[in-house]
Design a protein around this ligand. Sequence first.
Ligand SMILES: Nc1c(C(=O)O)ncn1[C@@H]1O[C@H](COP(=O)(O)O)[C@@H](O)[C@H]1O
Length: 155
Amino acid sequence: MGSDSDWPVMEGAAQALAEFGVPYEADVVSAHRMPHDMIAYGEGAAARGLRVIIAGAGGAAHLPGMLASVTPLPVIGVPVPLKYLDGMDSLLSIVQMPAGVPVATVAVGAARNAGLLAVRVLAASDEELQARMTAFQQDLYGQAKAKGARLRDRL
Ligand SMILES: Nc1c(C(=O)O)ncn1[C@@H]1O[C@H](COP(=O)(O)O)[C@@H](O)[C@H]1O
């Protein structure tokens, strides 16, 4: 993430990964404030064994795109909402990538979905993890059905 001030949002991704037993690391690597460190992080990520990068930043959020430009790994971008502009600035900074440099952008503040998407990326080549994702989806289905049943009971 671009700053430790993003952590209250970004910890949603960490929680999702932890729920699925996926090991992760979290760090502050700002494209604007520590560009050389950011390039080194992105360039070394695959060789260190990382499989997916989740990059969250607020405002003029160049971090996800810049990471995507220096790594062959999939990068998932999380627009972090700040005090002004409700995260629209961050969203547009992350989602409007030039052709050839994709960043899979989730909704504003949706770090949990970023974590879940990372699990799905990893699950594509991991049957056991995929089975856990399928169980998670069945659980979601059950919860949604229960919501409908409760609503119908109240009518
Ligand atoms: N968008 C970026 C980048 C970057 O994209 O390189 N580096 C920091 N930031 C963002 O600045 C906001 C304010 O940071 P501070 O709270 O440290 O002032 C954070 O949301 C961070 O992600």
